[in-house]
Write a protein that binds this ligand. Structure first.
Ligand code: NAP
Length: 350
């Protein structure tokens, strides 16, 4: 069935300025890490993207390795661009990344110029695009000079493959270094993509959140729902088909009694606030306007609808924040494992 975007699509969403740049991003963005591979029917992917755009989500986040198999999410999105979003390219912010393992041999991962530029070209081809809006270094490469990685990002912009550049999961110190190098090259660092949620606060502990504010870099936080744990979906067991049942990135071991007790406590606070736990989790990362956008994933359109309503109740009382801390800080989650992708494949010994 042909799709025409809702005329009301810009009426309810909030758009936040990305750092000190000219670009605004929706408060809620959609990521295609899960549920956009060949294991999900195309109609479902199409329905999720259509609903998102109808609700004012203009930003779709991809990476070379999203699938399974790796690359298939970009292919699926390329199809959606052709069929559903044809004619709307200038209303969309599309991002991709390179950093994780994509092809065999020494040039298929990490942060060399060779890998980043080749991977960007592959992503553009898969999506059928001339350019992406944002291209990211997906992870810091301890063995490649940062000047080389940043030089490749600069080249990707200058050659017209991307409009802006970002980095993902770099710590505060490396972020400052990348910012300075890119500034010197004349391609500002637009955005940082770290993980962040009520139960994963490493960007506060590391000082990254202060660094971003200080340098005027925007922020898009991934897994703000802790891959679904900060929603009501696991309160009464693991539903069939849920991410924790898929043996992928969400370890069902996290859903132990202690964590479930804490999630139930958080759910009670959300109920008192008159919202769902997912909505409270998103409002929490966006509180105080320090974060530009919360990057969600979804397996069905109704989840996108639920999440977008988070922007209707943005404020927290000091008591609510303190009560949230009691439960959230008691949750026993290994934050590195909470996002398997962040950890990446083990580096082979030479
Ligand atoms: P998330 O929003 O924390 O988790 C999404 C999952 O939560 C959904 O798949 C769904 O689980 C569940 N969910 C979402 N809304 C719900 C609702 N309203 N009610 C109940 N359940 C709900 O985010 P994520 O998928 O882990 O990550 C989001 C995006 O961040 C990715 O797609 C990717 O673009 C990006 N990311 C980047 C990196 C990086 O290294 N840069 C790493 C990870 C992710 P079910 O599927 O079980 O229904």
């Amino acid at each position: 069935m042909t799709y025409t975007p809702a005329e009301t699509r810009y009426e309810r969403m909030t758009y936040n300025r990305c750092g000190k740049s000219g670009l605004k991003l929706p408060a809620i963005s959609l990521g295609l890490w899960h549920n956009f591979g060949n294991d999900t029917p195309h109609q479902t992917k199409q329905a999720i993207c259509r609903r998102a755009f109808d609700l004012g989500i203009t930003h779709f986040d991809l990476a070379n390795n999203y699938g399974p198999p790796a690359g298939s999410a970009e292919e699926a999105f390329g199809e959606i661009l052709k069929t559903d979003f044809r004619g709307y390219r200038d209303e969309l912010i599309i991002s991709s990344k390179a950093g994780y393992n994509m092809w065999p041999g020494p040039y298929g991962e990490w942060g060399s110029r060779k890998y980043l530029i080749a991977s960007c070209d592959q992503s553009l081809k898969r999506m059928g695009l001339d350019y992406v809006d944002i291209f990211y270094s997906h992870r810091f490469d301890p063995e490649t000079p940062l000047e080389e990685t940043c030089g490749a990002l600069d080249h990707i912009v200058r050659s017209g493959r991307a409009q802006y550049v970002g980095i993902s999961s770099y710590n505060s110190k490396r972020t400052r270094e990348a910012y300075e190098i890119l500034k010197g090259l004349g391609t500002p660092l637009l955005i940082h993509q770290p993980s962040y949620s009520m139960i994963n606060r490493w960007i506060e502990e590391d000082g990254l959140i202060d660094t971003l504010e200080d340098l005027g870099i925007g922020s898009i936080v991934f897994s703000p729902l802790a891959q679904g744990m900060l929603t009501s979906k696991y309160l009464n067991g693991i539903p069939e088909g849920a991410r924790a049942a898929q043996d992928k990135s969400l370890d069902p071991g996290f859903l132990n009694e202690r964590n479930l007790e804490n999630i139930r406590g958080l759910n009670r606070i959300a109920e008192k606030r008159g919202q769902t736990l997912a909505q409270m989790a998103l409002a929490w990362v966006l509180r105080g306007k320090r974060i530009t956008t919360a990057l969600i994933g979804a397996s069905k359109p109704s989840q996108v609808e639920d999440c977008v309503k988070a922007i209707e109740t943005p404020d927290f009382t000091a008591e609510e924040l303190a009560e949230i801390d009691v439960f959230a800080k008691d949750a026993d989650i290994n934050i590195w494992a909470a996002s398997a992708e962040r950890k990446g494949p083990p580096r082979k010994k030479k």
